[in-house]
Design a protein around this ligand. Structure first.
Ligand code: NAD
Length: 259
């Protein structure tokens, strides 16, 4: 199938990372024009160069999603360059290596995580909504996580709390803007085979501690999250809003798993 985003303009944050790059490639293949952003210019520009080399129409902008000025400029680029905004994929996020439990997590780690993972998503929505209103509607996809709906004995407390905030905020935005033809959904990836998690799970023991809980016995791939985001972005999801869209290999549904 192709052309599912023909005529649409999308903004994707965190394009230099695993999910962001796969989403940019896929959205471009499906016909969208893209404004792609990252705080890491080297990784972001390299990702966009690959999308363009493959025939996609995409521009790169520097954006720290925790800075409202940057986010406003990123959305403005979509309207200036391509005339409108239809899709906002608030994907950028961090998992700080010193993010731990209630007693050990430093306040600075908590604040940084909240500023990027939660406030950054709010800024993305805040500036996308008026642009989508001008475009006659749109689709916002906010990246949460399976840890927003499941507890883990291997804590990353600030990350978990930030993703829970993304879920609650997305649900409310979906309801507030439902009659403006603006859909808002949260996507909840399971644990993935991307640098974000693999850098965190840097020993076989740490990986095994998680894999035993996964019904499919493997981590997910970034492209599998991009496929979910594509569905939510496209008109195929025209009656889908306010969901916690799990793309987790069955993790949330599992009690015991196959041996
Ligand atoms: P990644 O680390 O590969 O990519 C994240 C990208 O976001 C990087 O390019 C990074 O430079 C960028 N970024 C970080 N801070 C930023 C900021 N302030 N402004 C703009 N860009 C910034 O991570 P990924 O695995 O592709 O994850 C993408 C999203 O999916 C994140 O929100 C993450 O929390 C979420 N997620 C990932 C997993 C997983 O297992 N990988 C699981 C659940 C949810």
């Amino acid at each position: 199938m192709s052309g599912r985003l023909e005529g649409k303009v999308a903004v994707i944050t965190g394009v230099g990372g695993g999910i962001g790059y796969q989403a940019a490639s896929l959205f471009a293949q499906e016909g969208a024009k893209l404004v792609c952003a990252d705080v890491n210019d080297q990784a972001g520009k390299a990702a966009v160069a690959k999308v363009v080399a493959a025939g996609g129409e995409a521009v790169y902008v520097h954006c720290d999603v925790s800075k409202e000025f940057d986010v406003k400029a990123m959305v403005a680029t979509a309207e200036e360059k391509f005339g409108k905004l239809n899709i906002m994929f608030n994907n950028a996020g961090i998992m700080h290596p010193k993010d731990d439990n209630a007693e050990t997590t430093e306040e600075s780690v908590w604040d940084m995580t909240m500023n990027i993972n939660l406030k950054g998503v709010w800024f993305g929505c805040k500036h996308a909504i008026p642009a989508m209103r001008r475009a006659g509607g749109g689709s916002i996809i906010n990246t949460a996580s399976f840890v927003a709906v499941m507890g883990a004995a291997t804590p990353q407390l600030a990350y978990t709390a930030s993703k829970g905030g993304v879920l609650a905020m997305s649900r409310e935005l979906a309801i507030v803007h439902a009659r403006e033809n603006i859909r808002v959904n949260a996507i909840c990836p399971g644990p993935l085979h991307t640098p974000l998690l693999m850098d965190f799970l840097n020993t076989e023991e740490k990986k095994e501690r998680r894999l035993v809980h996964l019904p499919m016995g493997r981590f997910g791939e970034a492209i599998e999250i991009a496929q979910g985001a594509l569905f939510l972005a496209s008109d195929d999801a025209s009656y889908v809003t306010g969901t916690d869209f799990m793309v987790d290999g069955g993790l949330r549904a599992a009690y015991v798993t196959p041996v």
